[in-house]
Design a protein around this ligand. Structure first.
Ligand code: ATP
Length: 263
């Protein structure tokens, strides 16, 4: 790829998105300004309806801003989508039950026309990245919820996009599983150097994972704070008991409270 490595991976300037609904216009995003650098892990946190998913979908060219500028790898989102710049992980794993885990992970590669040998090599590589080596031939229903979600992350990684967009991927999982997947995701991020955009409702999850935390608030959906994390890149789970962690969590909580004051 020839893109400028110093340019922001995702750049939003004065971004607005208004949905026209039967009940009138809904301003899902208002004057959003944000710069995400290469290798950043950015979490979006805020109450329901503040536009987190809408912003992620704009990056993925699944929604179209009403005004403002948005670039992904310095090109418009539609072009970035055609260039397969990102993988997308949804809250529900969304695996096809009639396909094996390998078959599910392979699907985007089949659609993109990779050779059979290349498909197999990539499936093996990404399944090992998410620690599912032994499960290629299983069907989704033979795996736990956490394992299914790891498989969906593998599918998003299969074509080696440099951006990973994750919309509450662990929201439906219990806390212990979620902790483990958080740890694994950080390792995967360190190993692959991907740029990650991650939607969550959980303050500890946002603080534990992120280099940058974007706090949003609803009606209209806007950014109320952007927090650069001061935590080291290497983060054992018990970092969550440290004073530095609690300080950042406190700032996120304050930002969320301030947003609610508009209600
Ligand atoms: N396709 C659509 N048509 C009309 N309104 C929409 C559409 N998609 C989202 N909205 C509205 O835009 C606002 C932002 O929605 P969005 O899903 O981005 O919020 P969110 O922060 O991701 O919420 P949650 O945490 O509940 O997933 C909400 O008021 C929602 O009802």
């Amino acid at each position: 790829m020839t893109e400028d490595v110093k340019a922001p991976v995702i750049f939003a300037k004065d971004l607005n998105l208004v949905f026209q609904t039967n009940d009138g216009p809904v301003q899902a995003l208002k004057d959003v300004n944000l710069s995400i650098e290469r290798g950043d892990f950015v979490s979006f946190i805020g109450p329901s309806g503040c536009g987190k998913t809408t912003f992620l979908r704009c990056i993925a060219a699944l929604e179209h801003p009403t005004s403002g500028t948005l670039t992904v790898n310095s090109i418009p989102p539609e072009e970035a989508r055609k260039a397969r710049s990102y993988g997308y992980v949804f809250q529900a794993a969304g695996l096809y039950p009639w396909r094996t885990i390998a078959g599910n992970v392979k699907l985007p590669l089949e659609i993109m026309g990779y050779t059979k040998a290349e498909q197999d090599a990539r499936v093996e590589k990404v399944l090992s990245l998410v620690d599912l080596q032994g499960f290629a031939k299983k069907f989704p229903w033979q795996l736990s919820g956490g394992m299914q979600q790891r498989a969906s992350i593998a599918r998003a990684l299969a074509f080696d996009a440099d951006i990973l967009l994750m919309d509450e991927p662990f929201g439906a999982l219990d806390e212990i599983v979620r902790d483990r997947l958080n740890e694994e995701l950080l390792k995967l991020w360190a190993r692959t150097g991907k740029t990650i955009g991650f939607v969550t409702h959980s303050i500890p999850e946002a603080v534990y994972l992120s280099t940058k935390i974007v706090v949003m608030s609803p009606r209209p959906g806007r950014i109320t704070d952007v927090i650069e994390s001061t935590l080291p890149k290497d983060r054992p789970l018990d970092i969550r008991d440290s004073a530095e962690f609690l300080k950042i969590a406190h700032r996120v909580r304050e930002g969320l409270r301030a947003g609610h004051a508009y209600d």
